[in-house]
Design a protein. Structure first.
Length: 442
């Protein structure tokens, strides 16, 4: 083969380069032509890049982007007038472009309160978390009552009693599992055990902590009931002369199966008293009430207090009685669980400069002036820490002093507090003690 000269090689290289340039021009022209054709016709959803999120449902209706015409409809909420109170609690909506969460409580408990209706038979209602409460015949939900069990639901006598007891109020003490959220998980559950308790009185981390001494499951043992502080027992019968519970088994059974019971919102008041001294130490049969602004029913003995509470109502649908140690102690547990005051059991009635306040007016700080707002209130329950000692159905083993008082006393700031137990004789009565607190159960 003849060897090419340098000149021939150069000419050949130039020819190849020219051919390559021509090919590139042809390809580029074809691509531009095709692109121009596609651009003029517009992209379709079918020919769009598969990895693109640009689809018609993402573009406003009537707007075209990259050949894609939008289909998305946007609701104009600028003229909406709804508020959180108009939307059912826990549900959400949009007003003027903003998301709002409803606060309207449509639970059966809230509905009953809004209606102001008096129930004509024992009625079970539920709060927004599905916790149950049983409302007795002749009562309604009080106007100022909260509508969640944990806050202390208040019922009011509307037709249950007579003109004296009408308006008396009671607070529901739940028994069993109480949920604080619609999410019924363990972390949103609090269990209240009906029982008799002691409460730690040593200053420190455990101050006020409740210790279960005798649960309601052991009520059958009350004939030889577990003693608290050696001396105090809740007996099914007593030979000491004090009055025991009307029917302890019935109370415990109904409080357990109904998942709760009621205690007076206030200490029992004398419906007719015009001053705190009442009629001194005379035997009194004036009707008792559970109302704010009346004078406490002092100067009565424990048997008298029991009679007054047991006869406060006469109904086949529910029972009234003088408060027992199960009811008192469990109420403190409830308060400490839900009021935020974890040592309320140790609260002292430090109002030594005041004498007795009217029911619902107990003030715990002696430095405050008359007319200041009552401080002895937790979960809508008043006066357990101060004002007067209150008789109960518990029994002290001292034969000469079998009657047991509970709670704080206005004139003693050292030894008397919410959970304390004291004792007295069957004929003891006085200015600063002798009050009582009725219970209801159904």
């Amino acid at each position: 083969m003849k060897k090419l000269s340098k000149k021939q090689k150069l000419i050949g290289g130039i020819a190849i380069l020219i051919v390559a340039v021509i090919v590139a021009i042809v390809i580029t022209t074809s691509v531009i032509k095709n692109n121009n054709q596609v651009a003029s016709e517009g992209y379709s959803v079918a020919t769009a890049n598969a990895s693109s999120s640009l689809i018609s449902n993402y573009i406003l209706n009537g707007i075209t982007i990259g050949g894609i015409t939008g289909k998305m409809e946007v609701l104009d909420t600028s003229d909406a007038t709804a508020t959180a109170e108009d939307i059912v609690w826990g549900k959400t909506g949009y007003v003027n472009g903003e998301k709002i969460t409803g606060t309207y409580d449509n639970s059966t408990l809230a509905q009953l309160k809004r209606s102001g209706q008096t129930v004509t038979e024992n009625t079970i209602v539920e709060d927004r978390y599905d916790n149950q409460i049983k409302v007795p015949e002749g009562f309604k939900i009080a106007e100022d009552s909260p509508v969640t069990i944990a806050e202390g639901v208040v019922i009011e006598d509307s037709t249950a009693g007579d003109e004296n007891t009408k308006g008396s109020q009671f607070v529901w003490i739940p028994v069993g599992d109480i949920y604080t959220s619609a999410d019924h998980t363990e972390e949103n559950k609090v269990t209240i055990t009906l029982g008799r308790y002691t409460f730690d009185s040593t200053a420190g981390e455990k101050y006020g902590k409740a210790t279960l001494v005798q649960s309601a499951e052991n009520w059958e043992d009350t004939s030889s009931s577990v003693a608290i502080s050696t001396y105090y027992k809740e007996l099914a019968s007593s030979t000491y002369g004090n009055e025991i519970a009307k029917n302890l088994e019935d109370f415990i059974t109904k409080a357990t199966t109904s998942h709760g019971y009621y205690i007076g919102r206030y200490e029992a008041g004398d419906a007719t008293a015009t001053n705190s001294a009442r009629t001194s130490s005379t035997i009194d049969t004036n009707p008792i009430v559970c109302k704010t602004g009346v004078y406490p029913y002092n100067w009565i003995t424990q048997p008298q207090a029991s009679s007054l509470c047991q006869n406060m109502y006469s109904s086949d649908n529910f029972q009234s009685d003088l408060i027992n140690s199960y009811a008192w102690d469990t109420a403190i547990v409830f308060i400490q669980e839900f009021s935020g005051d974890t040592n309320y059991s140790q609260q002292r009635g430090r109002n030594t400069a005041r004498a007795l306040q009217k029911c619902g007016g107990s003030i715990l700080d002696y430095n405050l002036d008359e007319g200041d707002v009552a401080q002895d209130i937790r979960c809508n329950i008043y006066d357990m820490a101060g004002n007067t000692w209150e008789w109960s159905t518990e029994t002290c083993s001292y034969p000469h002093a079998p009657c047991v008082t509970r709670g704080g006393y206005y004139n003693n700031s050292t030894t008397d507090y919410t959970s304390v137990r004291g004792y007295g004789g069957t004929t003891n009565s006085g200015y600063g003690y002798g009050s009582c607190r009725p219970t209801l159960y159904l």
